[in-house]
Structure formats: structure tokens, C-alpha cells
Design a protein. Structure first.
Length: 398
């Protein structure tokens, strides 16, 4: 082997060793929050130490920012200049929603029943501009592509969907919705926070025009950093509601006003506001390197296999596992219970509440959402995690 040979990709077992949380807990909580690796922590420390010592030179962080753009673009099948850095998924969604040239009578189509509230409130806010929020019904716990397509008409400007719902955790047929949106000339805006970093995404193949995510879940970063993809097809048709130094073309330094003429960046950077969260960028630079070295297809295969094993085991024990009508819609997320039969803390099913208490007592990190007990798997999980969950389920069912 030569010195310049490509480094060997870490195995999933080796990758697990990089996540202390996976050693301390049975951590099946990625739908709510991912965890960071030792490498991301070291990168964070480097930035914090530089600021602590007064040796920080902001200009030196530029290469990490460019690597993040390139790495995330590679992860989703985009180009680096189509990637903007945001604060979180909500900021990304709002950036696109407020950049559209809305006219009274225009509409946005989405399944309000299953979207996270942060992909609903922004559209409600636009109602003051005369925008119709066209909420469609779900089908069997899924965002139904045919129902979405039927709601699209010549006044539809945006169609907004999640790649995977935050609960019950089913995949959406984004490709079919993308075709319907394109036919009508509407922009397809996707919330990918429940899939990015765990499940494969190809924005071109799926017909996605804009995609927003945060880095604190499947991308294994920290809170306060997000990413926004905006396709070349749309970017110059969108005028951001807010602009700042990095969203416009000006002088050589960020303090230069230039000639005083406002020229928006010709790419996704027009949506970047203010300074960057350099700690978030450092953490993400390291985590994206790990995700790409293993490969998202391998991560998806691993995480969905663990989810399938857990779901099957819970069903054998008599638990009400949520199952989508089509097998392709299953994901790395497993939920049990009846959607809406409870809240974000408890279920209306006392058996599930007993199970949830037993899980907490056994140092399992999970969540309850809309009455459903929810688990999610990533690269740092293994079969021993599934075995522990099933052992607890078995004991608490007695």
C-alpha cells in the first residue's frame, strides 16, 4: 500500500466506538436528537480554545465551511454552490416560503396533519398575504402522493412535504410528488430533518427544488446549525426577505459596502444571514466526513434492518406497532401505539406508559410523540440495542 492510498472506511462497529452516548445509554433517539462523535467534539474544542486564548482568526475557518458545502452536496446529490448554511430547518423553510413572489389567491399544498408544526406555522403566517394554506388529509398515517397531487392546481406555488414524518415515521413518495409539482410549475420544498444522514437522498432524482434540514439529528452535529439546498432551477426566481453581508456580492472584506448597489449572490448563499456558527461548522465538518466515509446507503441498510427487527419483535410480543400500508414506506423509525392517542409525554394506553417507564429506568433514550412511543436507529446502534429493547418490552408486558 502506498502512502497516498485512500484511508480505509471505518466499520460500523468502529464508528460506534466514536460515540460515547452509545456506550452510556441505549440511544435510540435520533428522531429527536442525534449525538456527536469524539472527532466532532475535538473539532469543537479547537474552535472554542482559539476563542478562549484570543488566537481566533475567523478567516482561517473558511476551508471548513467550503468542505461542509461540498460534503453535504455530495450527500444529497447536489452541487456545492446550491448549499446555504442556516440556523436550523425552520429557518430554511421560512427562507424559501418568504422568498416566493406570492399573489393573493396563490396556494401552498401540504399535509398539515403529519407535518411538524414548524412546517405549518410559517404557511399560516403567510395567510395574511392572501395565501391559501391547502392542507390535505393523510392516508393510513402517510402523506399520500396522490392526494397531494390532486390538490395542486395552476395557483399552487409551493408544495411542502417531509421525506419522513416525525411521527409515525413513514417515508413519503417524494419522487411522485416532485413530478406533480413540476408539471404545475410549483416549487417542491422538502423537510429532510428526519432522513438526512440516515437515508439516501438524491435531490435531482426525486425532483426536489429546495431542501431544509438541521444538523443536530441524523447529520450528527450540534443544535443551532442547519443546511439549505436550493436548486439552480429556482434560486434566481427567489428573493430573500432578509439579506446581509454574505448574501450579497460586494467588496473583498465583510465590512466593505462596495459601490452601494445591492446584488444578491447568484446561488444559495443569498439565503445566508449574518455570521456563521463556527462551532457548528466544525462539528459538522467532522460528522459529514464520517457519514461519507461509511456511505449513507450502508447506514440506511444497517438502520432500517435494526428497525425492522425491533418492529417484528414488538409485534410478536403483542405491541401495537405502526406499520405503513406499503413496505417501501418503512424507515429507521419505529413507533408503537395509536397516532393522536396521547401527547408528547404519555400515551392513552397504560401498557405503553408502563413500557415507557421501564425504558427510562433502564437508561434507554427514546421519545413519546402524539401518544406514540418512538425509537430511531443510526450508524452507532447495533443488535444488542434491539435485544435490550425487546427484553424490556417482554418484561413490562407481563
Amino acid at each position: 500500500m502506498t502512502d497516498d492510498a485512500a484511508p480505509r472506511a471505518p466499520s460500523l462497529a468502529e464508528a460506534r466506538d466514536q460515540f460515547p452516548a452509545a456506550q452510556r445509554w441505549t440511544y435510540v433517539n435520533v428522531p429527536s436528537r442525534g449525538v456527536i462523535s469524539k472527532a466532532s467534539r475535538a473539532a469543537i474544542d479547537d474552535v472554542a480554545d482559539a476563542q478562549l486564548s484570543g488566537e481566533e482568526i475567523k478567516d482561517e475557518y473558511g476551508p471548513a465551511l467550503q468542505r461542509v458545502r461540498a460534503s453535504f452536496a455530495k450527500l444529497i446529490g447536489a452541487k456545492p454552490h446550491e448549499i446555504a448554511v442556516t440556523k436550523n430547518v425552520s429557518e430554511g423553510l421560512n427562507a424559501i416560503g418568504t422568498a416566493m413572489d406570492w399573489k393573493p389567491g396563490d396556494n401552498v399544498v401540504l399535509c398539515t396533519e403529519l407535518e411538524h408544526p414548524n412546517n405549518v406555522y410559517l404557511w399560516m403566517n403567510l395567510a395574511a398575504r392572501g395565501v391559501e394554506v391547502r392542507g390535505v388529509k393523510s392516508r393510513d398515517g402517510m402523506i399520500d402522493a396522490a392526494t397531494i397531487a390532486a390538490a395542486i392546481d395552476k395557483r399552487t406555488r409551493i408544495v411542502s412535504v417531509s421525506t419522513v414524518t416525525f411521527t409515525p415515521g413513514y417515508r413519503t413518495d417524494v419522487e411522485a410528488i416532485g413530478k406533480a409539482a413540476k408539471k404545475a410549475g410549483a416549487l417542491l420544498l422538502v423537510d429532510a430533518v428526519q432522513s438526512a444522514g440516515v437515508l439516501a437522498i438524491d435531490v435531482e432524482a426525486l425532483g426536489i427544488d429546495a431542501l431544509a434540514t438541521s444538523t443536530s439529528k441524523g447529520l450528527l452535529g450540534v443544535m443551532g446549525t442547519g443546511l439549505l439546498y436550493v436548486s439552480d432551477r429556482w434560486v434566481e426566481r427567489l428573493n430573500p426577505a432578509w439579506v446581509a453581508r454574505f448574501s450579497v456580492v460586494t467588496g473583498k472584506h465583510e465590512s466593505d459596502l462596495g459601490d452601494g448597489v445591492l446584488r444578491l449572490q447568484p446561488d444559495a448563499r443569498r439565503f445566508e444571514i449574518g455570521n456563521y456558527n463556527w462551532i457548528g461548522i466544525a462539528a459538522l465538518d467532522a460528522s459529514l466526513d464520517l457519514l461519507l466515509s461509511i456511505g449513507v446507503p450502508a447506514i440506511e441498510h444497517h438502520a432500517t434492518a435494526l428497525a425492522a427487527r425491533l418492529a417484528g419483535g414488538l409485534e410478536q410480543l403483542g405491541y401495537p406497532v405502526c406499520r405503513p400500508p406499503e413496505p417501501w414506506a418503512r424507515s429507521h423509525i419505529v413507533t408503537i401505539g395509536q397516532l393522536g392517542a396521547g401527547d408528547a409525554y404519555t400515551s392513552n394506553d397504560e401498557r405503553l406508559n408502563r413500557f415507557a417507564k421501564a425504558l427510562g429506568d433502564a437508561k434507554v433514550k427514546f421519545t413519546v410523540r402524539r401518544g406514540l412511543v418512538r425509537f430511531g436507529f443510526h450508524l452507532y446502534n447495533n443488535e444488542a440495542d434491539v435485544d435490550k429493547l425487546l427484553d424490556i418490552a417482554r418484561a413490562s408486558a407481563r
